[in-house]
Ligand binder design. Sequence first.
Ligand code: SAH
Ligand code: CA
Length: 213
Amino acid sequence: MNLLDEKLSDYAESHTSDESDVLRQLNRETNAKVMLPQMLSGHLQGRFLSMISKMILPKSILEIGTYTGYSAICLAEGLSNDGVLHTIDINEELEEMVTKYFDQSGISKKVKKYIGNALEIIPNINDTFDLVFIDADKINYSNYFDLVIDKVTPGGYILADNVLWSGKVVEDKKDKDTEAINNYNEKIQNDPRVENALVPIRDGIMIARKIID
Ligand code: SAH
Ligand code: CA
């Protein structure tokens, strides 16, 4: 999933602030015990998400795709004191581990966890968002954008992960997920409600900012 060669990505990591002990432990436990541990954001992307969140200082964040909670903890680092992070995952088996690490990182008071299908849950969250992180099933990225755009504060941000999909977006023959991600990138590029930058960090993050009109 890393588009940079190993030497350069090691160099970037070694010039990036360390992850906290809790995040390092969560990273380890995910790799030891959970299926598809490569889905976890990891050190470099985690620090990037933390940095983005600290720039925005959001009052409210929505994360779609909690997995083991790594990116949620990073994003929460930028929350204002009375801020809240809503995070959704369909996989109930991860909940115990997520709860443990949210507690250890001291963010539990600020987090609202939802277990279930994000497509059904998002319309029932009665809040607006300064920052959204889309990182669940790739097939629904465009649907998630449609569900959140009216709930995003003007000047707020929608980040979407894995938008380069290991480089498959530029191949001629595209499988379903690649097609969905490509459609998402095209949609963002052509939607006048947002300005955007596709940042080729790790597996690619599309940053879209809702225009203030
Ligand atoms: N954001 C995490 C990784 C997320 S992996 C990190 O960076 O560390 C993607 C997650 O999306 C998986 O845990 C999967 O269970 C969840 N997911 C897939 N389809 C979903 C759906 N329809 N609704 C909610 N979550 C979903
Ligand atoms: Ca991801």
